[in-house]
Design a protein around this ligand. Sequence first.
Ligand code: ACO
Length: 312
Amino acid sequence: MDHNKFLEYVQAENKVEPKDMMPEDYRKLLVRQISQHAHSEVVGMLPEANWITRAPSLRRKMALLAKIQDEAGHGLYLYAATETLNDGTVNADRDSAYSDMLAGKAKYSSIFNYPTLSWADIGAIGWLVDGAAIMNQVMLMGNSYGPYARAMVRICKEESFHQRQGYEILMTLCRGTKQQKEMAQQALNRFWWPALMMFGPNDDASPNSQKSMNYRVKRESNDSLRQRFVDVTVPQAEFLGLKIPDENLKWNEERGHYDFGDLPWDEFMEGLKGNGPANKKRLQTKINAQKENAWVKEAAVAYAEKFKNVTT
Ligand code: ACO
């Protein structure tokens, strides 16, 4: 396939569909990113699932359960979108992609390697983590690969409910007792920097960005999305009466944006190497779940086999 023609095609805002011709590195870039994104959705269920049995009321428990189920659904759309890229040259089928994640060969978002220590962390995850995810995923609604772009539309709608339920948890805590407000502040202190790191390394240290932008997968850079996130989130923190844990955070009149401090990139790199606070626990939980629930898959396959020739 003519590479320049393909670039012209995607840069003119046309969509690529599964059976279309595409350069191998475009296919590989998509399999890498979409499968990592799928892994993030399913690993992301774990820190929140930690609080299902301890949610403070039935209403909170129902909302949390619904949100976690949404994340499972997002994982399924994204594994399905990854599979549409399977042409035998890449590991795009669901089992291979998932096994790569369990073996520690494929990444998932760094944010899910942090523990959830209090109920306020569930609020902070909805507000900050889902808030950051939306910022990135609204951009991805316009990406050049049709199945990925379409999956993003529904995912973004659901993520915006997640963001609101998180913010509302924190609003309730911030209007509660002194201890509840302090719990909210501690959660913000824990999740602020990890949430900013979700957008990935700085632009000058992001090896995939240029190609991804040329192929119209990424539409905005890591730093520009991070800046937008800071700009919209600071006033939300002020409304809650919480303090962002960054002494260098300051409105810059000239730039029309907030300036903020350096991110703890060493911590990010350690997480990527598998040494974050909860990396090992997350992977072990998923490995155990796969073993313990293997019988469900086997039963479903046996059932399908048994009735394959039966017509109704
Ligand atoms: N956590 C873990 N790994 C990360 C993160 C992160 N927050 N940010 C970047 N990386 C990895 C990249 O995957 C890449 O590694 P690889 O080359 O081995 O795949 C490396 O760091 C360098 O980063 P970039 O060159 O900037 O990578 P890329 O262009 O793919 O940009 C980004 C990273 C922005 C995360 C992009 O992949 C993306 O938009 N992904 C889809 C959205 C997504 O996965 N969101 C996860 C959270 S969604 C949720 O809340 C469930």
